[in-house]
Ligand binder design. Sequence first.
Ligand code: M6R
Length: 608
Amino acid sequence: MCGIVGYIGESQAAPILLEGLSKLEYRGYDSAGIAVYDGENIKVQKAVGRLKVLSEMTHDGATMQGVVGIGHTRWATHGAPSNTNAHPHYNQAETIVVVHNGIIENYMKLRKRLETKGYQFLSETDTEVVAHLLDYYYKGEPLEAITKIMHRVEGSYALGIIFKDHPEQVYAVRKDSPLIVGHGKDGNLIASDVPAVLKYTRNVYFILNEEIAVLTKETIGFYNVDGEEIQKECTTIDWDINAAEKGGYEHFMLKEMYEQPQTVRDTLNPRIKEGSIVIEELGMSDEEIQKISKIHIVACGSAYHVGVTAKYVFEGMARIPVEVDLASEFRYRNPILEKDALVIIISQSGETADSLAALREAKIRGVKTLGIVNVVGSSIAREADKVMYTWAGPEIAVATTKAYSAQLIATYLLAVKFAQVRGEVLEEEVTGILKDLQKLPEQIEMLLSHKEKIQRFANRYIAAKDVFFVGRGIDYAISMEGSLKLKEISYIHSEAYAAGELKHGTISLIEEGTLVAAVVTQEDLYKKTISNIVELRSRGAFVLAVTNTGNTEIQKAADYVIYIPQTNRYFTNSLAIIPLQLFSYYVSVGKGCDVDKPRNLAKSVTVE
Ligand code: M6R
């Protein structure tokens, strides 16, 4: 999604804006622009394509002199990627300039009204409406104009605004799109996400819905939608700044895959105390846990795949019925939620629009909600009744790896805890389960150390047209994630199938040499999946099997075998996914794709 940065202070604004925007590149974008007040006018420069183009055009910002500015990376929604549609957008007199993330849902209606009042629009964007509407309401007092448009505009927005008449201020407003304020030593900043300001400050304010921030070079004031001043608390960000940098790795995705052992430890260890699982943030008594009648897991993309895995784990271990929904479906399907149900929303960013809307839907229905979230202070983290953080640190690559792994761990912890409280596992079994959990980090390390083998294998499939991923039970859930990883970063068509379902249609797509990755980690299902592998090979498929150490039987059936270490049957996903992530990564590298920023994708999907 779009990225916003704003700066006001002692230093030249343009280089800071470009630097900040580069830290938001992971969000996905197709054009970029900056606006700087040069002492007389607000100057705007825009460029289609990578930020590099804008940097070259402005000599790294040197051609845009001034200490106040706003910048934007745009991910096209209304209107194609073009210079005209790129942000910032002016009002007609070029005295107000705006950058925007989100979607103004009633922009057509507003645009028509403004046109009848003589306003002329240059772009196809919904954002330009905001610039003209501000102009319409502006009578010399920016805060007043901003609060007025907040009553008129429907949809989601994070806005950065400069008024030429008030060049000693930058204005920021948000509703349903993320925006933070950084309080720096030689100036203040706004940004869509923390990495953009970390170079300048660790002191951050999270702007909440329908709040306005007014920044000068020394001060920051906050106001509500009625223009009344409000007080906010400053949060100190304690991430290591290197966590948001590549640190010598070729890509963020590779670095983040290598961070998985640590991520798993960080999510796990603080919640295992003296041999038992303690999830303080859950805030549920044993009685409440016993009463849970059903769990609804709601999420998007990879987080949804975590939910599919978690269904097997909760149902298998804790014997609690689970329904898993894509958030975009859940929010509109009028779900039946029992009063003792628990709704778990899983989200790395905590800002995914559909997941946030699903959470709100559940809350309206009075059901207890729990967010499993990575970004501290994000919307889902704030709005869920309870939040369990995955301590994965900032994830920059669009394709999730370490956050996914941390989410799996969070769900395992919950499932074991619930199973224990509900008497579905014996105390002595719990010791073994915890041992298996604590072994996962070093087992992941070991799998990562075999990257060359997987790279060699991946290089053979750079030209593949279609790849299928199959498995049964939990292995089907792993297949879904393996398939998504491959298609999103290598642009190779791929599908995941429940192995038993192939012969009901999909097997007709198998041709001589088609690659099928079969995940085979559930011992009681070995034989069943092996017979599917045999069916596939007899139709020409080349079968790569990912299975447990010791499953030698499979060597006769598959063409190529990758072994994962032994673990509890419910935790195999955490291991089997590693070779699949590496495979996708190396196919993408081999094809020369933009691994960290795949085309058409955004890290944080803050629109419906
Ligand atoms: O931030 P979220 O976890 O809510 O994001 C959900 C999906 O958009 C995300 O998992 C997406 O599918 C990833 N690109 C997959 O790698």
